[in-house]
Design a protein around this ligand. Structure first.
Ligand code: SAH
Ligand code: SF4
Length: 372
């Protein structure tokens, strides 16, 4: 069997791994053993799996592999922020980024789900790049695997190196549904990364039917990229709104919360763009719009990039916007900047992309998204 035909075990969800072992005539518990080796101990070869018989190791060697995506670069900022540029299968410019933002006891990893994005939000540099391709489950969970391994040998009982994951890197996770669900299942599984469902967050611009599908498959936390308090403005900023308008999106959010086994809130993300959606009347309209939804609001000052046609709001304007919402009773956080000193390096490294500058600005204060 050639390498290209080998099954990559890195991306198999717990169920699929069991299915795989059964399909090759092995017992279920082997799947658990191998899953722990890969995800908890960071094994890269079957040789390392000392509690698996030599015979089975040789068999696995023959028909499968543990293949993480290739790391093009790793940057560590003075403030501890780590950023990886990862080349996905297909080579060339098929790169995505993962960013880890430490904060005290917490470390939040921002994970990509697609190379590029097809949804073309008017203020997003990934959208401007267009859609290239979906990541596989191995390439998605591989970002977590790489981030944890970057700290040295993995020890599941040691201090946790990644405590939170947000699907807020490149791409729209709900447009790559199955691989994203498989990867998130591994993030939360006790025999893999064991993260709490409150600490794994999927961010979507509002692919409404997939929100209904999502709650049948998983119970991760949900963040919604709203960015506008009415359909007219949202149609301009987030074109998928023309297909799934705000009322349908908020109904889907309510359905999601109602079908979770525990009490949770939705995180509403609102990129604040100078002169576009940052006026006081927008804040009042937003406060009214969300009055029946259990939610917290995260304001993200627009991060400019060349030819975006938009501008960053002033701090004062953002604070005014925040205050109106806070006075209306909402918990509102505002992003601050981290990892500044590695942005330039990263911008150069992914310079092959169109309009890709200072992307990590938009990952900032991810901790607030996952503060529960
Ligand atoms: N596709 C998903 C997840 C990736 S984008 C989504 O849209 O939710 C993660 C967040 O960054 C989204 O809220 C997105 O709207 C925001 N964002 C994108 N470009 C930005 C920019 N230039 N400045 C500030 N926030 C931006
Ligand atoms: Fe895609 Fe999200 Fe960017 Fe919109 S904001 S283009 S959905 S990555």
């Amino acid at each position: 069997m050639t390498d290209t035909q080998k099954v990559n075990l890195l991306g198999l969800s717990p169920d699929k791994l069991i299915e795989f072992f059964e399909s090759i005539g092995e017992k279920k518990f082997r799947a658990t053993q191998v899953m722990k080796w890969i995800h908890q101990k960071g094994a890269e070869s079957f040789e390392e799996m000392t509690d698996v018989s030599k015979k089975l190791r040789a068999k696995l060697e023959d028909i499968c592999e543990i293949r993480a995506p290739e790391i093009v670069s790793q940057n560590i900022s003075n403030d501890g922020t780590r950023k990886w540029v990862i080349r996905t299968a297909g080579g060339g410019n098929n790169c995505v980024e993962a960013v880890l933002i430490p904060d005290g006891e917490r470390a939040t990893l921002c994970v990509s789900s697609q190379v590029g994005c097809s949804l073309d939000c008017s203020f997003c540099s990934t959208g401007k790049q267009g859609f290239n391709r979906n990541l596989t489950a191995a390439e998605i969970i591989g970002q977590v695997w790489i981030a944890i391994k970057s700290f040295g040998p993995m020890d599941h009982n040691g201090p946790r190196r990644v405590t939170n994951v947000v699907m807020m890197g490149m791409g729209e996770p709900l447009m790559n549904f199955e691989p994203v669900v498989d990867a998130m299942t591994l993030m939360m599984h006790d025999n893999a990364y064991g993260l709490s469902k409150r600490r794994v967050t999927l961010s979507t611009s509002g692919v409404v039917p997939r929100i209904y599908d999502l709650v049948k498959r998983t119970d991760v936390s949900l963040a919604i990229s709203l960015h506008a308090p009415n359909n007219q403005l949202r149609n301009e900023l987030v074109p998928i709104n023309k297909k799934y308008p705000i009322e349908e999106l908020l109904a889907a959010c309510q359905h999601y919360l109602d079908n979770l086994p525990d009490k949770r809130h939705i995180t509403i993300e609102y990129t604040v763009i100078a002169g576009v959606n940052d006026q006081e009347h927008h804040a009042h309209e937003l406060a009214k719009l969300l009055e029946n939804l259990e939610c917290k609001i995260n304001l993200i000052p627009f991060n400019p990039f060349p030819n975006s046609g938009y501008e960053k709001p002033s701090n004062n304007q953002t604070r005014r916007f925040q205050k109106i919402l806070a006075d209306a009773g909402y918990t509102v956080t505002v992003r601050t900047t981290r990892g500044d000193d590695i942005d330039a390096a990263c911008g150069q490294l992914v310079g092959d992309f169109l309009d890709r500058t200072r992307r990590s600005d938009k990952y900032i204060e991810l901790k607030q998204v996952t503060d529960n």
